[in-house]
Each structure stands twice: as structure tokens, then as C-alpha cells.
Design a protein around this ligand. Sequence first.
Ligand code: HEM
Length: 218
Amino acid sequence: MSASTEYKNRIRKDALAPNPQLWAELENGEKLTAILNEFYSLAFADPRLGPFFRDVTKQRVIEKQYNFLYEILTGEPVYFGERPRNAHHYMVISHELFEYREQLLADVARRHGLSERGVLSLRTVNEVFRKQIVKDKPFPKKLGGVAFPLEGYETLTLSVGSVCDDCFCELAEGQRATYHVRTGKTYCDACASKYTATTAVDSSIHPATEDDADCTDS
Ligand code: HEM
């Protein structure tokens, strides 16, 4: 059995145990969708939270968060995103900001009629991930026991055509391009110099110190 299958089969306990009562209150996901739609609309427009979401689409984050909570609350293996430690590895998030987000989510959930017990359960799930998400400096993403670089650029020869993320010129198959090792943003030679000239390059692979095999695990 693969590590990921073992993980999916593992029985979750305590705050991450399936919560059929909360799932029913969330109308088997229908109300959760409404809550997440409003929550992320506010978060994207929020002066403190919005900047974190500059490079992602609201639809994508809503879908990921929905599947993440769906899996935790029902025990069904439907989430295939990154575990919170990795998803937020480059984000500097204080305890106060973590609580600010939590409060915003609680306010939205209440507006959608979630009971105080439901709001508390949702908060309890969030709290499990506080220690992975709150940090005062970025740490490297870790996958399969290997830590990946946070910053830096590498070049590659494109095997399919693409578009420069700066000037939007076409990048043809076979052309050289420069990409950021964390964000994957890709640039033509003319634009790459703007970025590579000002950013310290650290593309070394560091040994990881803790296992990183799964997604929603704390
Ligand atoms: C202030 C607190 C938080 C901020 C600013 C924040 C911000 C973000 C951002 C910007 C992304 C998109 C990352 C990307 O695609 O590169 C993201 C993804 C995600 N976040 Fe958060 N987040 C916060 C707290 C939380 C908490 C408490 C949880 C869980 C309970 C959570 C769960 C997730 C999940 C599941 C994803 C999707 C991961 C994936 O793309 O595979 N986040 N978050």
C-alpha cells in the first residue's frame, strides 16, 4: 500500500475526526459553498488578507478549501491539494492575523445561520493548523522528505509553448525561459533580467527534517 493510500485510510481523531453533525448543518456542503464564496470575496478585498491572494484565483482557493473541509468533516478522501504547512510555507502570518481571518470566517458563518456550536467546531478545525501556518519568516516547502528552495530562478527549454508572465509575449516551444522556483512564474529573456538582477539565487535542495507525505495532516 502506498504512503498516500495509507494516509487516506488512516482514521482521523479529535478535532479532525469526521463531524456529521456539522456537515449536516452545512447542508452537506451547500451552505459551506455559500460561506466560502462570501468569505473569500471579503478576504480578497481585505487590506490585510488580500495581498496574500494576489497570484491565485478566488475560484481555485474556494474549491481547494471546500474539498479540504469536506474531507475533514466527512472522512471521504476528496482533497488532493497541498497540506497547509506547504501551501502557506512562504507566507509570514502572525497569530493576530491568523485570528483576524478566523474571526472573519466566524462572522460570515454566523451570517449564514451556522449555530454557535457549528462556528466553534469550524474554529477548532482551523486551530489544528495554527502551528503550521503562523510564522515570522518563510520556511521551505517540503515534499517527499526534500525541502525545496524558497527563492531563485532557473532556466529551462520549453517543451510546449507558453506566455511570458511579465510582458505576455509568446514563448515558443524550444525557446529558453526563466522561471521562479517557488511561484513558477515564467519569463522571456528580456524580462527575466529585471527579476534575476535583483533577487538572490538560492536553488539548492535542502534535506528535510520532518516527514511530509500528506495533505491535511497536522
Ligand atoms: C491568515 C491566515 C491565512 C492566509 C493569509 C491564507 C492564505 C492562503 C493563500 C494565499 C492560499 C493560496 C496558496 C497558493 O495557491 O499558492 C491558501 C491556500 C490554502 N489555504 Fe490558506 N490561508 C490562511 C489560513 C488558512 C487556514 C487556517 C487553513 C486551514 C484550516 C487554510 C487552508 C488552506 C488550504 C487547504 C489551501 C489550498 C492549498 C492548495 O492550494 O493545495 N488556510 N491560503
